[in-house]
Design a protein around this ligand. Sequence first.
Ligand SMILES: CC(C)(COP(=O)(O)OP(=O)(O)OC[C@H]1O[C@@H](n2cnc3c(N)ncnc32)[C@H](O)[C@@H]1OP(=O)(O)O)[C@@H](O)C(=O)NCCC(=O)NCCS
Length: 170
Amino acid sequence: MRIRTTTEADIPRVAELERAAFAQDALPLVALVQYLALAQELFVVVEGAAGLLAYGAAAIAADARTGWLLSAAVAPEARGQGVGGALTRELVARLQARGVVEVLATVAPHNTASRRMLSAAGLTVQAELPDYFGPGEHRLLMRWTSEGVSTQDDTAGVVCPTPARSAQGE
Ligand SMILES: CC(C)(COP(=O)(O)OP(=O)(O)OC[C@H]1O[C@@H](n2cnc3c(N)ncnc32)[C@H](O)[C@@H]1OP(=O)(O)O)[C@@H](O)C(=O)NCCC(=O)NCCS
């Protein structure tokens, strides 16, 4: 398994991974092309022996202080083997190397795999964001800060309705 920066040639496969993860809520190819143009080295893919297994995208806000983990998807057959965790830690390391003082991500409350993946990369739940992505689209805000952990994940029991851009199989 090798993690490397995404190239334009990878985008069609990245779009496949995105569709396999999010179905009708998948980001369109045009958005992925634009993510890559903006994110550059903060857009990574994971290569396995048979091709690309996963992708993840991050970005740095215009204030240059805040990094965002924007999206991640692992091929269904490659999940549960540490791929998502490895790519998330790599993205967090790339953000930290660029000097951000915090890393943020939003996650659907029911998405246990994603929450554990983010926790393992050092992020903790900071807040509930009701209707963040529209009516019923609740999210949790997770955060890593260079000042250290300030809040425990005390929202593990939060139950919210299933969000629209929900990951398949979660
Ligand atoms: C979320 C996702 C990226 C995780 O990738 P992955 O390669 O399966 O994750 P890993 O194998 O590295 O496991 C990460 C953590 O989640 C846990 N986990 C994995 N699959 C799980 C599942 N189905 N249920 C509960 N926990 C799970 C692992 O045990 C691990 O936790 P740990 O570090 O405490 O042991 C992947 O499941 C996926 O692509 N899902 C669909 C898209 C999505 O939800 N993307 C994230 C939101 S944008």
